[in-house]
Design a protein around this ligand. Structure first.
Ligand SMILES: Nc1ncnc2c1ncn2[C@@H]1O[C@H](COP(=O)(O)OP(=O)(O)OP(=O)(O)O)[C@@H](O)[C@H]1O
Ligand SMILES: CC(C)(CO)[C@@H](O)C(=O)[O-]
Ligand code: BAL
Length: 283
C-alpha cells in the first residue's frame, strides 16, 4: 500500500490506472470505514482512501482541533483491508491559499437538518469532495466510483446531487451503517463518550426505531410522535437537535400518501455531554 501526501505524486501514481474506487474519510478509522473500503474494492482497478480533517466543514466552536488524528493506526487497518493507496495531504497541500472558490449546495437540500445546526457544513463538505474528486479522478480514462456511508445520510444526498448537477464522471455508492452490538452507529466521535455515556448512546438508534414504528402505527400523528421522541430523549439527559421522519428521496416531510407508500427515513442528531451524535433508520 502506498501512502501519498502530495497531489502531484498521487496524480503520477493514478495515471497508471483506468478507474479508481475512492473512499474519502477524516481518519480515526473504524469498521464502518473499513466496510466502505471492502465495498469499494471490486468497483475499480485501484482502491484509494483519503484521510483529511477538513477545516472548511467545522464551525469555530466545533472539534476541529481535538478531532482524533491517528494516521499510523489508520494505515495499518487500510493495508489489512487491501487498500492500494492512502492519500493523506497536509492542510498546506490541499489549501495552499485561502479556498475562495467554494461549492455551494442548494439551500433546499443543504440548509435543513444538519445544515441548519451546522451552517456552512455542506459547503465545506462539497468543496473538499469536489477537490478530492478532481485530484483522484482527474486523470482517469473512465471516471470511477466513490463510496459514502449512509450514516451521514444527508451528506450522501448532497454529494449525489453535486455529481449529477456538475456531470462529474463518478458513480456514487451508499454504504450501509455499521453498528455496535447494542445498535450504536460506529463513529469516530464515539471515542469522546465516557463509559456511562457510551452505554446511554445506544438510545439514539432505539429512539429512531421507535419513531419509525410509531409513524407507521395506524392513525399516527407524525408531529406528535416526533415531539414524544424528542421529549423522551431529553428526559434521559440528551440535548436533541432533531428527531424527524422524512422522505428518503428529498428529505422533505412526508405527505399522507408517502406514509402509505413507504420509503421513509427517521433522522436524528443529539448531544450527550459534549459529544454530538447523528444516526438514521430507513423504513
Ligand atoms: N458506522 C458507519 N457505517 C457506515 N459508514 C460510516 C459509518 N461511520 C462513518 N461512515 C462513513 O465514513 C465516511 C467517512 O466519515 P468520517 O471520517 O467522518 O467518520 P465518522 O465516524 O462519521 O466520523 P464522525 O464521528 O466525525 O462523524 C463517511 O462516508 C461516513 O458516512
Ligand atoms: C466526506 C468527508 C470525508 C469530507 O471531509 C467527511 O465529511 C466525512 O468523513 O464524512
Ligand atoms: N462524518 C461527517 C463529517 C463531520 O461530521 O464533520
Amino acid at each position: 500500500m502506498q501512502v501519498i501526501h502530495t497531489i502531484a505524486e498521487l496524480r503520477r501514481h493514478l495515471a497508471h490506472f483506468d478507474a479508481p474506487a475512492f473512499v474519502p474519510t477524516m481518519g480515526n478509522l473504524h469498521d464502518g470505514h473499513l466496510a466502505l473500503v471492502r465495498q469499494a474494492k471490486p468497483l475499480g482497478d485501484v482502491t484509494v482512501a483519503s484521510i483529511f480533517v477538513n477545516r472548511l466543514q467545522f464551525l469555530p466552536h466545533e472539534d476541529f482541533d481535538t478531532y482524533p488524528r491517528t494516521l499510523a493506526a489508520d494505515c495499518d487497518k487500510l493495508a489489512a483491508e487491501g487498500c492500494d493507496v492512502v492519500f493523506a495531504p497536509t492542510e498546506q497541500e490541499l489549501y495552499p491559499e485561502p479556498q475562495g472558490f467554494k461549492v455551494q449546495p442548494p439551500a433546499a437540500l443543504a440548509d435543513m437538518l444538519e445544515g441548519h445546526y451546522r451552517p456552512g457544513f455542506f459547503t465545506g463538505v462539497s468543496t473538499v469532495v469536489m477537490k478530492l474528486f478532481q485530484i483522484v479522478f482527474g486523470q482517469s480514462k473512465q471516471g470511477g466510483h466513490a463510496v459514502f456511508g449512509k450514516k451521514d445520510y444527508q451528506q450522501l444526498m448532497v454529494i449525489r446531487q453535486m455529481v449529477r448537477q456538475f456531470a462529474l464522471p463518478v458513480t456514487i455508492h451508499g454504504g450501509e451503517i455499521v453498528r455496535a452490538e447494542d445498535g450504536l452507529a460506529l463513529s469516530s466521535r464515539n471515542g469522546y463518550l465516557s463509559p456511562q455515556e457510551r452505554i446511554e448512546a445506544a438510545q439514539l438508534s432505539r429512539a429512531l426505531q421507535a419513531l419509525a414504528a410509531q409513524t407507521l402505527a395506524a392513525g399516527s400523528d407524525g408531529q406528535a410522535a416526533e415531539q414524544r421522541a424528542v421529549k423522551a430523549l431529553a428526559e434521559r439527559g440528551w440535548q436533541v437537535d432533531y428527531l424527524t421522519v422524512r422522505r428518503r428521496e428529498d428529505l422533505q416531510p412526508p405527505t399522507a400518501a408517502d406514509l402509505q407508500s413507504g420509503r421513509l427515513v427517521a433522522l436524528g442528531a443529539a448531544r450527550l455531554g459534549r459529544t454530538r451524535l447523528i444516526d438514521n433508520w430507513e423504513f
